[in-house]
Design a protein around this ligand. Structure first.
Ligand SMILES: [Zn+2]
Length: 179
C-alpha cells in the first residue's frame, strides 16, 4: 500500500521535476580537489528556494546518497540534490516540501559560481557513512562530518528553521528520556 502511494506521488511530480530541473540556476561541475559539486549559475538570496526536492525512491536502509526523512525512513532524491556537498558553514538549509522531499533554501546570499552546500547534520541524526576527515574548507569546519545528534547547541540554534523537523522531535524525545 505504502509503496503504491509513493509511486503515485512520483508520477505526479515527474512533469514538475522536468520543468524544475531544466533551467534552474545550478549545474553539476567537477573539480580535481573535491570531485563533483553543484554550483550556482545565477544569484540567490536568503530565503530563496535554491533546489526543489523530488523523491525518486524510498529505501529500506541508509546508504551514502540517501536522505533521512524521518527516524526510520530513507529516500533517494532525484536529480542533482544528491550531489550537493556538505559544508560545516553551508549556504543552504533544508525545508520539507509538500511531497515530503527536502527543498534547499538559501541561508545566505549565493553568488554565481559559488558552490551550493548544506550541512549533512541538517538531515541526518547520525552520520554512518562519512567517517573520514571533513574536507569542506570552511573556516568553521568541525573536522569531521557529524550528525545532528553531535552538533553543539549554538550550532543547532543557528540552523533553526533549516533542518529536517524529525531531528527536533528526536531531540525532544531524547531529552525526555534523560530526565
Ligand atoms: Zn567541514
Amino acid at each position: 500500500m505504502e509503496k503504491a502511494n509513493w509511486g503515485y506521488r512520483l508520477k505526479g511530480y515527474e512533469k514538475m521535476s522536468r520543468e524544475l530541473n531544466t533551467n534552474d540556476g545550478f549545474e553539476l561541475r567537477e573539480s580535481p580537489e573535491k570531485g563533483e559539486g553543484i554550483f550556482a549559475t545565477k544569484p540567490f538570496e536568503v530565503g530563496d528556494t535554491v533546489m526543489v526536492g523530488i523523491i525518486e525512491e524510498v529505501l529500506s536502509a541508509n546508504h551514502s546518497h540517501a536522505s533521512q526523512i524521518s527516524e526510520n525512513e530513507y529516500v533517494l532524491h532525484a536529480g542533482m540534490i544528491s550531489k550537493v556537498n556538505h559544508s560545516c558553514g553551508p549556504n543552504c538549509g533544508i525545508r520539507v516540501n509538500e511531497t515530503g522531499a527536502h527543498d534547499f533554501i538559501g541561508m545566505k546570499d549565493i553568488s554565481v559560481n559559488e558552490e551550493i552546500t548544506f550541512d549533512y547534520a541538517m538531515r541526518n541524526y547520525t552520520i554512518d557513512h562519512f567517517p573520514q576527515q571533513c574536507m569542506c574548507g570552511s573556516k568553521r569546519c568541525r573536522g569531521r562530518i557529524t550528525g545532528w545528534k553531535d552538533l553543539p547547541d549554538e550550532k543547532k540554534k543557528e540552523y533553526e528553521g533549516f533542518v529536517a523537523p524529525y531531528l527536533l522531535e528526536l531531540d525532544a524525545r531524547h531529552s525526555c528520556d534523560k530526565v
